[in-house]
Design a protein around this ligand. Structure first.
Ligand code: FES
Length: 106
């Protein structure tokens, strides 16, 4: 049985788009656009894969995004927060503590 082909990426960003967080598709689309504008696409060493999720279970502080491979969770997202996360985390490799509320232990 053939396996699917997946293009390589460094970071997987999964944003909630559930009802309790305001069905924030515009913010998800902003993130997708920003990633492309910054060149974080297939072929770039910092390529980012963006996916939407339903509720991630912490709606009171949403919108929420979880980022792998670090397992970092971000809250209270808006366009300014996305700009910083793209620049500092996705491009610079440094978690943005101001919006991070959960991460790997240790
Ligand atoms: S709808 Fe966003 S975490 Fe629940």
């Amino acid at each position: 049985m053939p396996k699917p082909i997946m293009m390589p990426y460094k970071t997987h960003a999964i944003m909630c788009c559930g009802k309790s967080c305001g069905e924030n598709l515009p913010l998800l689309n902003y993130l997708k656009k920003k990633v492309v504008e910054e060149g974080l696409i297939v072929g770039d060493p910092n390529a980012v894969r963006v996916n939407r999720a339903g509720c991630l279970g912490v709606c009171t502080e949403g919108p929420i995004m979880v980022v792998y491979p670090e397992g970092v969770w971000y809250c209270h997202l808006d366009q300014a927060a996305i700009d910083r996360i793209v620049e500092e985390h996705f491009k610079g490799g440094k978690v943005v503590d101001e919006f991070c509320f959960h991460g790997p232990i240790g």
